[in-house]
Write a protein of this length. Structure first.
Length: 178
């Protein structure tokens, strides 16, 4: 995901200053890692340099000066280009879960890997319950429901992989144990 493109999208309704953009990002993407303010301002500086946003005159409203940013025509065109671009599936799998299980098998054997997988499965199921409560809560916002659905599908895929890994570790252990 390109943070710059997301910020361009958050500027479509009108100009906003960095703090507002951070607040809107955190509200719209509740399951994503919250943004650091420095990250927002560094990205806005790059967007301004590239001509995608324009800095407005700083204004003081009961506190420090705040600089608002407005989307330019070039920024709107770049946002549209990005939205039309298909996200390629990742060619690499760097899931820490898979790495840990592999290391557990290599250094501690099948029993340690199975124990880890069972504990991980329980953690995944608990996280799934949290997301299910989130998406079924009365008055849940669409952004929260979409984020919970996405997370649940990924957790479900992980559970499927955990079950497959448990079967493979058991078969591997049977193969190497006389």
């Amino acid at each position: 995901m390109s943070l710059g493109h997301v910020l361009l999208g958050l500027l479509v309704p009108g100009e906003r200053h960095g703090y507002e953009l951070k607040r809107h990002y955190d509200a719209r993407f509740p399951a994503a890692r919250p943004l650091a303010s420095a990250q927002v301002y560094a990205t806005l500086a790059r967007l301004a340099r590239d001509g995608f946003v324009q800095q407005q005159e700083p204004e003081r409203v009961g506190g420090p000066d705040r600089t608002a940013y407005a989307l330019t025509a070039e920024g709107r065109a770049e946002l549209q280009r990005w939205l039309e671009e298909v996200e390629p599936p990742s060619p690499f799998v760097a899931n820490p879960l898979a790495v840990k299980v592999t290391v557990a098998v290599l250094i501690a054997g099948g029993d340690a890997a199975r124990d880890y997988l069972h504990r991980q499965r329980a953690a995944h199921l608990e996280r799934m319950r949290v997301y299910t409560r989130t998406k079924t809560a009365p008055g849940a916002a669409l952004t929260e429901v979409l984020a919970a659905d996405y997370a649940l599908e990924h957790l479900n895929a992980d559970l499927h992989w955990i079950d497959t890994a448990l079967a493979r570790v058991a078969a591997l252990t049977e193969e190497i144990t006389p």
